[in-house]
Structures are given as C-alpha cells and as structure tokens.
Design a protein around this ligand. Structure first.
Ligand code: AMP
Ligand code: ZN
Length: 491
C-alpha cells in the first residue's frame, strides 16, 4: 500500500494513515437528518466521505463504513448553538406536512437513498436508523450513569461535562471560548449545571410523565417516544452516533467524519459520551469537510438558496455534473456554488465523456515506446499521489485531463480513465456513443446567429445564443466553427 496522508482535526495536522487493524478500516460518517431533502451543502459532505471511502478501497483497504440516518431528537436549537433547545425537526416536519414523524422519516430516507445513487455515492456496509437503536442508546446512557457522568433534571438526563476533563479537545480552547461567548445570549435550561452539559435523553413532558389528555394539548403529543429507566421521552441527538458506532465498529474507530459545523458540538459531545463510557480513545482520525457556500455566502432555507438535488435536476443539470463540481475543490477548502459554475461543470463533464468515448472507440495501440510506457506509469503514480495526499481531487482531475490530452495510445487513455474513475465516480465506464440530434429549430437559430456575427451585430447574436441555451444547448465557438452540445450531455 502506498502511504495515505489525511488531515486529522484532533491534532490539526496532516498525518500518515495507519489503521488500528490492518485487515479492515472502520469508518463512521454522520448521516442526514431526514426531515427534508438534503441540500447541496449536505451532499458535498456525503460526497467527500465517498471519496475518502473510495481512496481507501483504491489503496487495497477493506472498509467497513457506518452511516446513520438521524430520524429522532435533532432539535432546531442546534442552528443557534444549543442542540438541546427548540423543536424536534422530525415532529416539526410532521406538523408542516400533515403526516406522522414516522412517515416523514420513511419518505426522506427513500429520497436520500435514490439521490445518493444518482450522485454515485457508494452504499455503506451499514446504513442505520437512530429509531432502530433505542435500546443501544439507553444501555449506553446507563453505562454513563454507572460512571456518575450524568444527572437528571425535569427536562431529561444530561451529561455532566465537569466530570470529563478533556471536554472540548477536538475543537480546542478557541472553540470552547467561542461557544462560551455566544452562549450568553441563549436561553438556558435553568436546571443545567453547566451550559455545555448536553441532553442524553429528553422527556416528552416534564419529569418523564406520559401524555395526559386532561392537561395536555393533543397537538403537543409526540409521534416518537419510548419508555426508559428515567421516564418517557426520546434520545438526545448525539447519543445515537456513539451507540451505533460502538455497536458496529467497536469502541475505537479508525475514522470519523462530518462537516466542519460538527466539530464544536456534535462531535465534541460524541467524544465525551464514548470516551466517558469506555475509557478508551473514541476515534483515531477525525476528518471534516468544509462548507459549500452559495453565491459567496451562507446557504439557508430562509435565504431561498438551500438548493436540493431536485432543484439541480429540474434546471436540466445532471447529478453527476454536481459531483464533477465537487471534485474541482479540495474538501478542506470552501466551495462556492453558482449556477454558472454548475453549468461549466456540466460542460466539462460532457467534454470528458467525449474524450473517454474517443479513447474507447479509437484503436491506436502499437508497440509502446519506452517513453510512452513511462508516461502511462507516471500518470498512474501521479493520480495515486494526488488522492493519497489528503484527497486532492482537483489535482487528480487535472492528471486525468492531462492523460486524455496526451499522445499515449487511446487504449491506455481509456484504461487510465476507468481506473481513475474508481475514485472519481463519474460513471465513465457507462459512456456510450449516443448520436445527439440537433433539432431543426436550433439549427435555424445557429445559422441566423452566424449571419448576425458576420454582420458584426454582436448584441443580437448574443440574444440568439441565450435563447439557444434556454432551449437546453450550449455553444462553443472554436476555430473550426460553433460546437453545439445538449446541456444534459450524453451518458
Ligand atoms: P444534517 O442533515 O444537518 O445532520 O447534515 C448532514 C451533513 O451535512 C453533516 O455532516 C453536516 O456537517 C453537513 N453540512 C451541513 N451544512 C453544510 C454545508 N453548507 N456545506 C457542507 N456540509 C454541510
Ligand atoms: Zn454523528
């Protein structure tokens, strides 16, 4: 195995990856909260985790990946820095859509799985739901209770961070200070001993009592609640990841991942719970993906720019064009999404397919000169070096383009492309020679545009270009003439 280097958030350094057990790598990836369609920021994180998985496999590792679906207990207060406040997103969605929280979970899990396939994100060995693991979570809370790391209030069972001295080591002191500063403005659960204490189990009603039709409004009744040794309620958001990772991967994981927003609270709390219970290190390598921005700023539902994969497809782009766009940025850099950048990614993907198709259909291999043999080997080595250097996908993509444009034989180009695609995941093996018919209407517009350009009427010709593009075609003016391609491209 060639060395793989990954940036570990725990040490804040790029480190050589050395799995705990050489036979297989245990990797836990925090999955979606299934109350709505994931936005393209969420997908960027799931994509980065897929690249990590593929790179490990490309290097010959056997990977056991667990991804969870959070289908209970992730509260809206998390947006303002307190995951213990606010409404359960699942129950809120149920009210919004006039369904039960169970229907909401089932619907958005199905959508998640279908979209994941479109983005060619590989299926983890275990895709697990929090609600299927309530007993495991209760047992873990009991373990923490035995170690006297918890206390009970009217609102639920809390983890007592004052009993866990290394609390906050993942984000470091700076992160703790930052959290402390923003917390002052937040409403606290008055019974919490320390503002950083967090819920392991939340009661449906104060004290853990059941719904009482005489005093409770029927609309406030939860769809998802369970009995527990402390009272009726539901698990806190963080405990599911500690319980399920332990169940499927053991007490110490090789790798744990998520978006950078998870460092301060969710992953910090997972460490406290897991290490508090086992006394062992929870995770050897923590990896975090940087955020996706939209038009240079934050994305948010209230801003109307939290685009979903469906929005992308409804505008005529392929899911794989979004994947291509993700590949163009390093996972530790933020990536700015604009519709123009997606359009460029779709065009680049279409061109890539043309190149791969050309390499597939042209048979040019003769006896390889030593010089060309060396070139082919160099491309392979440079590609592995790029992806093994902290998943440098932009560089890996550049190596692919360079190989395709080089003078090595077509068969070698094709073989390299297919091999590299095991990591890139652009489905290049499915590229087929589909003749694209350019409709008569578009041909006519093209001729009119050419005339206008010859006459120097560029404003008018630009108008025609835009109307051709609106009809789903892209134009590229080359020395040999105008090349027209359908925006969607041929697969
Ligand atoms: P959630 O469904 O909210 O639990 O989030 C799923 C994943 O998406 C988590 O790993 C988050 O850290 C990540 N995430 C949330 N917002 C963004 C964003 N704008 N860009 C990239 N990743 C994000
Ligand atoms: Zn998690």
């Amino acid at each position: 195995m060639v060395d793989i280097f990954l940036t570990n958030s725990l040490t804040r350094k790029k480190e050589k990856f050395e799995p705990i057990n050489r036979q297989s790598v245990g990797m836990y990836t925090c999955g979606p909260t299934v109350y709505y369609y994931p936005h393209i920021g969420n997908w960027r994180t799931f994509f980065f985790e897929d690249i990590l998985r593929r790179v490990l496999i490309y290097n010959g590792c056997q990977v056991v990946q667990v991804m969870n679906a959070t289908d209970v207990g992730h509260l809206t207060g998390d947006n303002v820095g307190d995951a213990d406040l606010g409404e359960d997103r699942m129950e809120a969605a149920a009210k919004r859509e006039g369904k039960t929280a169970w229907d909401i979970a089932n619907f958005y899990i199905k959508d998640f799985l279908e979209s994941r396939e479109k983005l060619n994100i590989q299926t983890p060995e275990h895709f697990v739901r929090a609600t299927d693991h309530i007993e495991d979570q209760i047992n873990l809370i009991k373990r923490l209770e035995e170690k006297e790391l918890t206390y009970v209030t009217k609102m639920g069972v809390y983890f007592d961070v004052s009993k866990f001295p290394s609390y906050g080591k993942l984000g470091g002191q700076k992160m703790i200070d930052k959290r402390a500063a923003t917390r002052e403005e937040l409403k606290e659960d008055s019974e919490k001993k320390n503002p950083f204490d967090f819920a392991l189990w939340k009661f449906s009603y104060p004290g853990g009592r059941s719904f009482d039709s005489a005093q409770d409004d029927a609309a406030s009744r939860r769809h998802m609640e369970w009995d527990s040794p402390w009272g009726k309620g539901f698990p806190g958001w963080h405990i599911e990841c500690s319980a399920m990772s332990m169940k499927y991967l053991g007490e110490t994981l090789d790798i744990h991942t998520g978006g950078v927003d998870h460092i301060a609270i969710h992953h910090t709390n997972e460490i406290a719970q897991s290490e508090g219970a086992t006394g062992k290190p929870f995770t050897k390598y923590w990896l975090h993906g940087e955020f996706l921005k939209v038009d240079g700023g934050r994305m948010g539902k209230s801003l109307g720019n939290a685009y979903t994969l469906h929005d992308i497809e409804n505008k005529g782009y392929e899911a794989l064009a979004l994947r291509y766009l993700y590949l163009t940025a390093h996972y530790r850099d933020s990536l700015n999404f604009t519709w123009d950048s997606l359009s460029s990614a779709q065009i680049a993907l279409n061109k890539l397919r043309e190149q791969v198709l050309a390499a597939k259909t042209q048979i040019t291999r003769t006896l390889l000169s030593t010089e060309k043999r060396k070139k082919v080997d160099d491309y392979s080595i440079r590609f592995v070096n790029a992806v093994n250097d902290d998943l440098n996908t932009p560089q890996a993509l550049a190596v692919l383009w360079e190989a395709l444009k080089s003078n090595i034989p077509s068969e070698d180009k094709y073989d390299l492309a297919l091999s590299f695609d095991e990591v890139l995941g652009l489905k290049l093996a499915e590229v087929q020679d589909i003749k694209v018919e350019i409709p008569e209407e578009i041909r006519k517009l093209l001729i009119d545009r050419d005339k206008l350009r010859l006459e120097g009427k560029f404003e008018e010709s630009d108008k025609l270009r835009r109307s051709i593009e609106e009809k789903g075609f892209t134009l590229e003016d080359t020395q040999a003439g105008t090349v027209v391609r359908p925006l969607r491209g041929s697969k």
